[in-house]
Design a protein around this ligand. Structure first.
Ligand code: UD1
Length: 414
């Protein structure tokens, strides 16, 4: 568990790691080639370890050199993904497209629901079927076959990050052009496209679509992952909620536009450099309404941490979650800490309180965990957060990064 002695104003600089959500598809993209791929700026995270375990199980070799990964081998890929790895992490499902393209068949377990509610993979399967795959289900797994994938046009009913990535991965080795209409435009999707281009694919972004021209084979490449905008946002919010002054270094400020806009409305003062952002928290935040939305809208992954800040606002904020059916794992524990939040459908009405109180609470997913850490940093006294393994899935060295900002936070055997 994590123990936090809250009430300190955070101050200082924090170096932001490479993006988890860019690292995972990039690691899986290496299944598309047997030539070496070198990835730089890779965060050391439990989810990255899971992705590496997955590609090793499928036939790749992996070597760490500091924050760089060298991935090679895999002339012959195994075509069955181990079930426990997909259960552990949904992103493992992205292996389906590359396996189909390289091994012509694939068996990948269905990921099932998670703490954020039901999360189907219907768009992934719809898209792959349009590219010529036959899809069957057996024993909770997808069994897919394709003699050869052929590019096609796929309209996504929602700009799903995973489905867009799945189709870029499969399309990279399909014959002809694969066109995704209404694609996700998250920076992590664009980063995957950039890696695929370095490996030899051709990708074109238009207003309403992304087009990938498949190749017979892809080659090796060297690529540096983009910074983690969600990690950066979390530390900026840690500065804001403790009335502190935190500078996040090594970030892409343009990826944080929606957060910075809303933070300004809460009364935060901000400075933005080429690759850094600094936030100075107000003595008490003003309430602000927002809705989560696909990029460049407000990221759903920062909704729980932003709600943590708004629990201390002077007035009522209305927060609408539009990306997930039920992303409210932070609400119950925040109530235990004295917050006032009412959930109705997809809307949280947050009635700001003057202070939060410390408590022993449980993190149920990565970003709910981040919200609880922020609340604990603001609540005077000692809080304990169980379920720390969720934080390790998505935040590299979180306790020591926060300690460097002056937080009193420790990891303990729970
Ligand atoms: C990715 C991110 C996750 C982030 C999410 C939304 C990774 C590893 N994870 O997840 O951190 O919260 O984007 O920005 O990059 N959906 C369907 N059918 C599908 C696919 C998705 O109904 O076939 C729904 C999901 O249930 C969800 C919504 O679409 O409600 C968004 O999901 P999606 O964009 O696919 O998220 P992920 O790729 O799973």
């Amino acid at each position: 568990m994590i123990r936090v002695a809250g009430g300190e104003r955070l101050q200082g600089e924090v170096q932001i790691s490479g993006a988890k959500n860019a690292a995972l598809p990039a690691i899986i993209a290496t299944l598309l080639t047997s030539e070496p791929v070198i990835l730089h700026n890779v965060p050391h995270l439990a989810d990255v370890d899971t992705a590496l375990e997955l590609i090793r199980a499928l036939g790749k070799e992996v070597f760490w050199h500091g924050d760089a990964l060298e991935i090679r081998g895999g002339e012959e890929l195994r075509w069955e993904a181990p079930g426990e790895l997909v259960q552990k992490m949904r992103a493992s499902f992205l292996a389906l497209g590359p396996l189909l393209a390289r091994a012509k068949k694939a068996r990948v377990p269905l990921p099932g629901g998670c703490a954020l509610g039901p999360r189907p993979v219907d768009f992934h399967l719809y898209g792959l079927a349009k590219l010529g795959a036959t899809i069957d289900f057996a024993d909770g797994a997808v069994l897919a076959r394709a003699g050869g994938l052929r590019g096609a046009q796929v309209y996504l009913d929602f700009p799903s990050v995973g489905a867009t990535e799945q189709l870029l991965l499969a399309g990279a080795l399909a014959e002809g052009e694969t066109v995704v209409v209404n694609p996700a435009r998250e920076p992590e999707v664009a980063d995957l496209a950039a890696l695929l281009c370095r490996m030899g694919a051709e990708v074109r972004w238009d207003t309403d679509r992304v087009t990938i021209r498949g190749q017979r084979a892809l080659g090796g490449a060297e690529h540096t992952l983009i910074p983690d905008r969600i990690e950066a946002g979390t530390y900026l919010l840690a500065g804001a909620i403790t009335r502190g002054k935190v500078r996040a270094k090594g970030v892409a400020p343009r990826h944080l536009a929606s957060l910075l806009d809303r933070l300004a409305l809460t009364g935060c003062e901000m400075e933005v450099g080429e690759d850094w952002v600094e936030v100075l928290g107000p003595s008490r935040p003003k309430p602000v309404d927002f809705r989560t939305w696909p990029y460049p809208g407000f990221p759903t992954d920062l909704q729980p941490p932003m709600v943590a800040l708004l629990t201390l606002a002077e007035g009522r904020s209305t927060v609408t979650e539009t990306v997930y059916a039920a992303r409210f794992g932070h609400v119950e524990p925040l109530l235990q800490m004295g917050a006032k939040i009412q959930v109705s459908g997809s809307v949280q009405v947050v009635e700001g309180v003057e202070r939060l109180r410390p408590a022993t609470v449980e993190a149920t997913d990565i970003r709910a965990g981040a919200a609880l850490v922020l609340a604990a940093l603001a609540a005077e006294g000692i809080s304990q957060i169980r379920g720390e393994h969720h934080l390790r899935r998505g935040y590299e060295n979180m306790p020591s990064k926060l300690q460097n900002l002056g937080a009193r936070i420790w990891e303990e055997e729970g």
